[in-house]
Every structure is written in structure tokens, then in C-alpha cells.
Design a protein around this ligand. Structure first.
Ligand SMILES: Cc1ncc(COP(=O)(O)O)c(C=O)c1O
Length: 393
């Protein structure tokens, strides 16, 4: 059976070039980057090369990069590394759970957290950020690209507000890296999180940009790895893979592959809009990353649609992957004003470098048919389309 994977915001397949770059570091170049012998030096030089590659992606100094186990650790290190009981943090109601649940823990530890609302396109208003500032505000943490709708927040404006107020600014750029160019100077952030597996690198390897001079309390204590900001023997092969994936992602901005992906996403979105009634694109009129479209299909249970498509060979998701299986409607879609039913009826299609025009046509050949079948058995749909009794009868 043909299988097409359109859930690249959950994770992406490793590119063969990335695997080839990693392979020697599992075998002949297996050293510990802290050892002084030859294998150790080889490992150290590979880690430092990857650090340079990540620094080039973000336009920062290599010394400002801390390797982590991924996005969750990067977000947690940024928040717990800076916040102390009594400090105030400003974030949004549409963050990934890696930030939201860290914020809940910070509140339990005696920090104050303001969760800003978003508008109907999932956008944070920078004026709301300004208004939320107060004495004791230590940190602003706003997601750069939303994992569910792909919406890009006005982070440069927020960065200016943070800098004028002399408050730290962290942005979770996990879903933005490799999809839009990132420049920490332009964004004006002090901390920025990325992870390898959303950009065709390995799972379990990520990085946190920490602006020089930002004093971060480590979360783990041990050796003096990563300039004492993250103890533990480096994930050598993972870091090499992350560096390689980052290099390929940077090429994507120059070789037209990002535009190609945007074209495929637009074709998919248009094709669905033209062939299925009573649907809408969530955040369709907002600035978005080029690979994501999130669509509600009225009178459909999103989970049922994911399963029906999966049985026919198409992988997509409803809500955030990390909370898939939960019955709760997505916090992002309800925050933008969608009813719980419409939020539950929303499907995320997210493309990766491996996807082709044929994959999009495959999806377009399945979605209208599956929606029609699910609506046929939906009592809500039957009620919605049955003729209303006339006021005169
Ligand atoms: C926006 C965002 N932040 C953080 C994470 C967590 O990243 P990781 O899976 O590398 O821990 C994810 C993963 O879905 C994400 O989409």
C-alpha cells in the first residue's frame, strides 16, 4: 500500500545524508569529546564543527550555543535557568506544552506568570506584551512558529519591547528552524530553542542559543560540559546529525526547496478548499511557515478522520502530536476562538523535504472521499444539512 507522511511537525524522517554524516560517530569515531586522546579530539572537533553550523543558522557566536536533548530541554533550560521565586514571566496561551507546563511548575515554585491571549489568527499583540510588563518581570517567552497552525508571531517587535524594558526574551523556534531564516540579532532574543528532529535531523538532539552575558542556572549538575550550562557527555552522533541537518536547512533557503514546499502546501490547501464543503483554514490569512496547513472539517471527529486516512495510507494529525489521543480540543485552536467542536474537527497537514507533488495528489484523492464517508454516518451532519421547517408551514 502507498504510504504518504504529512505529519512533519510531529517529526521528520532523517535525511540519508544526515545518517551518513552520523554513521562514523557510532563506530570508528566514537570518542568522548572530553577525552584528551585521539578519539576524544576527533569527537571534540566534530562537536565544535556542529556548533559552528548551528551558530551560522542563527547568526550568533558558536560559544552562544548549548547543545541539549531537544526542544523540551531547551525550553525548560531557558525558563528554569532564569526564573527565581518572585519573578514574573510573560508568555502566551498558545505555547507548546514544553513551555506551558514549565510555566505551571514555575507558578508552583512561587513565580508569577501572565498568559497573553491571541486574536482569531493565533497572533499575540505586541501591545499586550508591553502592557503586561511590571516591576519584577524577568522574562518574556513567546513561540516563534506555532506547531499546530504554523503561524509566525511578531517576535522582532516583541524583542524590541523586551530590550527597551531590559527583560530577557526567549523564543521557542522549534517549528521555525529550517522553514524560515532565523537571525537572533534581528529577532532581538536572548534565548532561542531549536531541535533536530523537526528539520530532518535525529531525535534527541537540539540546541539553545544563550546570548553572551546571560547568566543561566543549569538544570543538571555534573561535569563542566557546554561551559557548565549543561552537564553530561555530549550526544556525539546526534550533535553531528543536528549540524548536518542545519547545514542542509540553510541550503534550502538558497536552492528554492523552501519555496517548492510552500507551493506544495498551497496546492494541498487549495485542492481541499475547492473540493470539500463546510471547511476553513485555521490562521489561513496570517503569516505562516511554508509547510503547515490546519483545516477544520465541520461535523467530523478529527480523531476518526486521522484513523480513516491512516487506514488508507495517509499520516496526518489532529492537535499537537504530543497530546494526540487526548480528548481535549487543542488549546491553540480554542484560544483563537474556535468552538470545541470545530477545534476537534481540525486536521493538521505538515510537509517535509521528502514530500512530492504526487504525495499531495494522493492526499487530495483521499480527503474528500473520507470526509464524505464520515459525514454520511454523522448525526450532526445529517441534522445540519436536513431542510429546516419553513416559518410559514
Ligand atoms: C513548538 C515546539 N516546541 C517544543 C517541542 C518539543 O521538542 P522536542 O520534541 O525536541 O522535545 C515541540 C515538539 O513538538 C514543538 O513543536
Amino acid at each position: 500500500m502507498q504510504r504518504v507522511y504529512l505529519d512533519n511537525n510531529a517529526t521528520t524522517p532523517l535525511l540519508p545524508e544526515v545518517f551518513e554524516a552520523m554513521r562514523p560517530y557510532f563506530f570508528e569515531k566514537f570518542g568522548n569529546a572530553s577525552s584528551i586522546h585521539q578519539q576524544g579530539q576527533q569527537a571534540r572537533s566534530a562537536v565544535e564543527h556542529a556548533r559552528e553550523q548551528v551558530a551560522e543558522l542563527l547568526n550568533c557566536r558558536p560559544a552562544e550555543i548549548v547543545f541539549t536533548s531537544g526542544g523540551t530541554e531547551g525550553d525548560n533550560l531557558a525558563l528554569f535557568g532564569l526564573m527565581k521565586p518572585g519573578d514574573h514571566l510573560i508568555t502566551s496561551s498558545v505555547e507548546h506544552h514544553a513551555v506551558l507546563n514549565a510555566c505551571k511548575r514555575l507558578e508552583e515554585m512561587g513565580c508569577a506568570v501572565t498568559y497573553l491571549p491571541v486574536d482569531g489568527r493565533v497572533l499575540v499583540d505586541p501591545d499586550d506584551v508591553r502592557r503586561a510588563l511590571r516591576p519584577g518581570t524577568k522574562l518574556i517567552s513567546i513561540i516563534l512558529a506555532n506547531n499546530e497552525t504554523g503561524v509566525l508571531q511578531p517576535v522582532s517587535e516583541i524583542g524590541k519591547i523586551a530590550s527597551e524594558a531590559d527583560v530577557y526574551f526567549h523564543t521557542d523556534a522549534v517549528q521555525a528552524a529550517g522553514k524560515v531564516p532565523l537571525d537572533v540579532k534581528e529577532i532581538g532574543c536572548d534565548l532561542l530553542t531549536i531541535t533536530g528532529h523537526k528539520m530532518h535531523g535525529p531525535q534527541g538532539a537540539g540546541a539553545l542559543f544563550v546570548r553572551r552575558g546571560t547568566l543561566l542556572q543549569p538544570m543538571m549538575y555534573g561535569g563542566r560540559h557546554e561551559r557548565s550550562r549543561r552537564a553530561g557527555t555530549e550526544n556525539l552522533a546526534g550533535i553531528v546529525g543536528l549540524g548536518k541537518a542545519v547545514g542542509i536547512a540553510r541550503e534550502g533557503f538558497a536552492d528554492g526547496s523552501v519555496e517548492r514546499m510552500a507551493g506544495l502546501r498551497d496546492r494541498l490547501e487549495r485542492g481541499i478548499v475547492e473540493s470539500v464543503e463546510q471547511i476553513g483554514v485555521n490562521s489561513g490569512d496570517a503569516p505562516r511557515v511554508p509547510n503547515t496547513t490546519n483545516i477544520y472539517f465541520d461535523c467530523i471527529e478529527g480523531e476518526a478522520m486521522v484513523i480513516a486516512l491512516d487506514l488508507k495510507g495517509l499520516s496526518v494529525s489532529t492537535g499537537a502530536a504530543c497530546s494526540s489521543g487526548a480528548i481535549e480540543p487543542s488549546h491553540v485552536l480554542t484560544a483563537m476562538g474556535l468552538s470545541p467542536d470545530r477545534a476537534r474537527a481540525s486536521i493538521r497537514f505538515s510537509l517535509g523535504k521528502q514530500n512530492t507533488a504526487a504525495d499531495v495528489e494522493f492526499a487530495l484523492s483521499l480527503v474528500p472521499e473520507v470526509v464524505a464517508r464520515l459525514r454520511e454516518i454523522s448525526p450532526v451532519w445529517k441534522k445540519a444539512i436536513s431542510p429546516q421547517p419553513s416559518a410559514l408551514s
